[in-house]
Design a binder for this molecule. Structure first.
Ligand code: MG
Length: 401
């Protein structure tokens, strides 16, 4: 007999910690639907995210290095998959709801503009007088309105808890029937699963940005060992445990240790904080003044050091920033083109848009584009070579796998 949702919910009840979010206790979806048969509510959400168009487009969106400039470099999609893997790992260790943490992780960057943060800044500037642009808010717009797949509702109709995780620091999603009866203390934090996804995002990008910086030849192991304590600790650990390793293997393994050290630190310190706070339910977690999932003090300081280092040596390196800035300019060119040619916009959107709504409709359209589609559209509509075909980073040799 197939395993039913009820059976999965019963197992969650046995396995999860008291402060974990049980799928049976979901506040539900904005539009009523029959419950899933063989999946929990959060497993259904995860599947809906993976089957969305916005998710598939992540493959051709920039993480840090302009998409297409190196076959080994992270894209927004591989970043998302790494975040989901780390989030599941931490959630499982803490007996939290792995499916919820995974769903939030998989959806957390759906709203990212093409060309990474540079693209986001460009769109935000273009939308300054019309409410601005911010990728977290856009992730919510995508799952609540913009994806059009289901006959009964716009968006993906995800559960409240997944949307809570995407809302980050903004007011939590309002939903009819949400139990916020009078007398209850205000909810100040999202679920532990959402906090885990947030930390996993940070762990993933710190480690893979270092790895990509090395891959592209913009960072060196020698300088990292001198300047970044986090790297030094992992590099020493690898030397002590494995002696001298071939170059690539040493680099991969050092990054692997870096991730493992961070995960271990988060699990240990979160466990301590959970014990000290004596939280006994997801509601108690949401009432806390501060998040409970996080690093210990030393790790937090070391991460700040790494962050500063990456800003000084990688994110604004001309080989990264200037290339992205040149590419992101084409977003501005397309924006102006479509504002001047509303009929062309209507053709693409499949509907006429009243003038007052055009900037937002256009922003949604452009934010949803992949990097290569923006460049393709620029060439097609404006005949512009807004960005010269990006070259490959020199270290992208075919060696390795
Ligand atoms: Mg991210």
């Amino acid at each position: 007999m197939p395993c039913s949702r009820e059976e999965l919910e019963r197992r969650e009840g046995q396995w999860l910690a008291p402060y974990a979010q049980r799928s049976a206790d979901t506040r539900g979806r904005a539009h009523a639907e029959p419950p899933p048969e063989w999946r929990t509510h959060y497993q259904r959400d995860r599947d809906r995210i993976i089957h969305s168009r916005a998710f598939r487009r992540l493959e051709y969106k920039t993480q840090v290095f302009l998409n297409g400039t190196g076959d080994h470099l992270r894209t927004r999609l591989t970043h998302t998959m790494e975040v989901a893997a780390i989030a599941r790992n931490i959630a499982r260790a803490l007996r939290l709801n792995e499916d919820l943490a995974e769903a939030i992780a998989l959806a957390h960057d759906l709203g990212h503009a093409p060309f990474g943060h540079t693209g986001e800044e460009v769109l935000d500037r273009l939308m300054r007088r019309n409410g601005g642009f911010e990728h977290n808010r856009q992730s919510l717009r995508i799952v609540e309105e913009l994806e059009q797949k289901y006959p009964g509702f716009p968006g993906l109709n995800l559960t409240w808890e997944v949307r809570e995780g995407l809302a980050k620091h903004r007011p939590k999603p309002a939903l009819p029937g949400s139990p916020r009866a009078g007398g209850e203390l205000p909810e100040r934090q999202p679920s532990l699963e959402a906090q885990v996804a947030d930390r996993a995002d940070e762990i993933a990008y710190y480690s893979h940005d270092l790895d990509d910086g090395l891959e592209a030849g913009l960072l060196t192991e020698a300088r990292l060992e001198r300047d970044v304590r986090l790297w030094r600790r992992s590099a020493r650990q690898v030397r002590e445990e494995h002696g001298v390793l071939p170059d690539e293997c040493r680099r991969f393994f050092t990054v692997r240790c870096l991730i493992e050290n961070q995960v271990r630190d988060v699990v240990r310190h979160t466990e301590l904080r959970l014990q000290a706070a004596r939280v006994d339910s997801p509601a108690a977690v949401r009432r806390r003044a501060r998040p409970l999932v996080g690093y210990g003090e030393e790790q937090r300081r070391w991460n700040l050091e790494l962050r500063r280092y990456l800003y000084q040596n990688l994110y604004y390196h001309p080989a990264v920033h200037e290339v992205n800035t040149r590419a992101a300019r084409s977003l501005g060119a397309l924006f102006r083109h479509y504002l001047d040619h509303p009929r062309r916009l209507a053709v693409h959107l499949g509907r006429a848009v009243p003038p007052a709504d055009r900037p937002r409709a256009l922003c949604d359209y452009l934010a949803g584009m992949t990097d290569r589609y923006v460049l393709h559209e620029c060439r097609r509509l404006l005949g512009e070579e807004s960005v010269s075909a990006p070259g490959l980073f020199p270290s992208q040799s075919p060696k390795g796998s």
